[in-house]
Design a protein around this ligand. Structure first.
Ligand SMILES: Cc1cc2nc3c(=O)[nH]c(=O)nc-3n(C[C@H](O)[C@H](O)[C@H](O)COP(=O)(O)OP(=O)(O)OC[C@H]3O[C@@H](n4cnc5c(N)ncnc54)[C@H](O)[C@@H]3O)c2cc1C
Length: 211
């Protein structure tokens, strides 16, 4: 999938660098630049995810990377479909024509959302598998949450946490940025926010429905 997208991007870039509209190359228009930038980021992310997962498979004795593989598949198939379409868009009307390779590549990218496990089924697999692991880790916590009268102090702390979450303002105390270059602070805060929101969603799910 990363290979398809990298190739299509390369062709679209060649076209955009030569095609003139309104006296300028397409590459000089902000909206076209954005398509090129976002597609490049997607290719980089897809390749990185694949290398990371393949590296884990290679380096561990008895690896179970089924969740990671499912995540790579969902992300990459959707990126190939979405950004393959953006590359076709850069080509304008030519991209739609059968004599150019884009419509074929887009059609090939479309099936990737369906086979090797449809993305709907894989999304459920990722979520349920993740919950299963979290369930084991959070067993004690869930027991306390389901018995508030026996654990008032704990419930009070959780209540404050819940208040912050209802305001969409989780406490960012993982300090991820301490492990990264200062220029990445914005990104690490965004990641930490997502981790905290995800953690809260898992806890709500498990306390509501049990483990
Ligand atoms: C070109 C091609 C090659 C293929 N090659 C292979 C192969 O080599 N090996 C192989 O094993 N299979 C192969 N397949 C089959 C492919 O894996 C299946 O098409 C795919 O798994 C989807 O199954 P289905 O077509 O029966 O769709 P269905 O199971 O009928 O699903 C239809 C839709 O409903 C959704 N859906 C189903 N259940 C749920 C649910 N519980 N919750 C939410 N949504 C749901 C699906 O995600 C999908 O969007 C191939 C298919 C094609 C088109």
């Amino acid at each position: 999938m990363a290979g398809i997208l990298r190739k299509v991007l390369q062709w679209a870039l060649e076209h955009a660098s030569n095609r003139k509209q309104f006296g300028m190359n397409l590459t000089e228009f902000g909206l076209i630049k954005e398509k090129i930038a976002r597609t490049s980021v997607a290719v980089y992310a897809m390749e990185s995810m694949a290398y990371l997962t393949a590296g884990t498979l290679d380096s561990l004795e008895d690896p179970d990377c089924s969740v990671e593989a499912a995540i790579v598949k969902v992300f990459s198939s959707e990126a190939a479909w979405k950004y393959g379409s953006e590359c076709l868009q850069i080509m304008g009307g030519l991209g739609y024509m059968k004599s150019y390779p884009y419509e074929r590549l887009l059609r090939d990218a479309r099936i990737l959302l369906i086979f090797e496990g449809t993305n709907e089924i894989l999304r459920m697999f990722i979520a349920l598998n993740g919950l299963q692991h979290a369930g084991n880790e959070l067993k004690e916590m869930v027991k306390k949450l389901r018995n508030p009268l026996m654990n008032p102090g704990f419930i009070l702390g959780k209540g404050l946490e819940k208040y912050r979450h209802t305001k969409d303002n989780p406490k960012l105390d993982l300090k991820l940025n301490e492990y990264l270059h200062p220029s990445l602070k914005l990104g690490s805060d965004a990641l930490e926010y997502c981790v905290k929101r995800f953690q809260y969603a898992v806890e709500v799910c498990l306390s509501r429905h049990g483990i």
